[in-house]
Design a protein around this ligand. Sequence first.
Ligand SMILES: Cc1cc2nc3c(=O)[nH]c(=O)nc-3n(C[C@H](O)[C@H](O)[C@H](O)COP(=O)(O)OP(=O)(O)OC[C@H]3O[C@@H](n4cnc5c(N)ncnc54)[C@H](O)[C@@H]3O)c2cc1C
Length: 475
Amino acid sequence: MPSRPPKRRGLPPLVLALFYLALVAAPMLPAILSGTGHWQGAMRLATGAGVAAAVMILLQMITSGRFEAISGRIGIDITMAFHKWAAPVALLLAVLHVLAVIGLPDPERPGRLARRIEFVLSGPGLWDARLALLLLAALVVLALLRDRLAMRYQTWRAGHALGAVALVLLVVWHAVEDGSGGPVAAGLWVALALAVTLPALSVYAGRLIRPAARCWRLDSVRPAAEHLWLLEVSPPEGQGLDFAPGQFAWIAVGRKRLPLHDHPFSIASAPGGRALRFLVQEAGDFTRTAGQLTPGMRVSIDAPHGSFVPRGDGPLILVAGGVGIAPILSILGHLAQTDSGRPVRFLYAARSTAAMVPPELYQPACNRLGITPVLISDAAESDAVQRGPLTHGHLERALEGLDPASCEVMTCGPGPMMTFVADTALDLGVPMQNISYERFSYAAGGSSAKDRRTLAGFAALWGGVLAVVMVYWLA
Ligand SMILES: Cc1cc2nc3c(=O)[nH]c(=O)nc-3n(C[C@H](O)[C@H](O)[C@H](O)COP(=O)(O)OP(=O)(O)OC[C@H]3O[C@@H](n4cnc5c(N)ncnc54)[C@H](O)[C@@H]3O)c2cc1C
């Protein structure tokens, strides 16, 4: 029986944006409505910018990609991009807060500016604010430079998490100690801090107290291609995982149970089976040891996550590059199992045929769907494989005989390839909302037209935050 597209989890982007804006505006609303802000304009600007920065910092705790209510519909790519760019915006607002506290030089009050600067730099009672600003700046700079730092990813991640918790404590301490909003405002700051911190802490606590019997088990590890391993894991007796094709899991192997050691991997098997398959490409500290993992090892799984899931019912064009074949295998398998009836075209590109997974992983599904995979290698070594890289022509041929406006294009692979596929599909007439991709590295690849539209959406939201601050300032 043809399958229905899986139900979307998580809130729609507009609802998330309005909720975000409402939370930023909430602490300022009473003063805006009653006109009871500070009598000095500069101090109103300082308070508005400071409050907006503080709420944005607190909300960073829940935009880390772990919460399906947030990332379930918009996807982990957009969630992480938001998390990455909201932090520098919060930093700019925090700097604006400090500058407004200092104020402009006043010719009628010589020495005032120097006194204000001295107060901000060394005045008593502001140690928390100074520390918070330095910590925020350090977290932002280290996150933006992460891929260029000679630091293990895990070390950076642990530092980032601990720094974030310390920052939340400092920000709330500063807001409460300021006391200008009275006990009700202080209570609300503490409540907001708890509301954003507890869900993150519960992920850690849940993992620590989970009995070993509830862990999954590594069944087998075998080479799938050059520097690529196929892992099969099975659940504890009586359990399984209900997921949609194309989703991913956070995985930690062995005794390392804390989510700090989790790595995201797409599920490479179709839903419905008891065991799960993963394809792991050697990339860094953990993945380079994939071949040394031994069957029987304990595996912690936090899943399902992600929204890289087929949605429409028109023709589906699947374009995989390298290890990006993992979620595509799950989707292909699902389409084959459910006789979806959707016309499917499947393109698989890799740098060499040695880097391609064996046909036994995709050919049975292709046979069932009655399709011939288009295999593309940058160093084509056989007649069955076309010479790469993937071009406009390959995608044009994939759409031949189909109405582009009704097609859905899903691509997963190296960042630049996904950008190329997304922009080319758009160019060929596929609607933007029908094009989806999943990045395995948040830093990789130039931005596609779709990414630029997303960034424009973020900019509009932060413009809204600034507008709230301006209204508060001028009210
Ligand atoms: C949604 C998603 C699905 C993925 N699916 C697959 C897959 O099916 N197969 C596969 O081989 N790879 C997949 N990856 C990439 C994989 O998670 C990283 O290659 C792996 O975590 C690297 O770990 P490492 O310790 O070997 O490398 P490290 O040396 O620790 O890191 C190398 C780089 O990998 C990235 N990375 C490392 N740890 C994480 C993490 N916890 N979260 C996000 N990025 C991280 C960072 O960009 C880092 O710079 C996926 C990534 C994402 C975001």
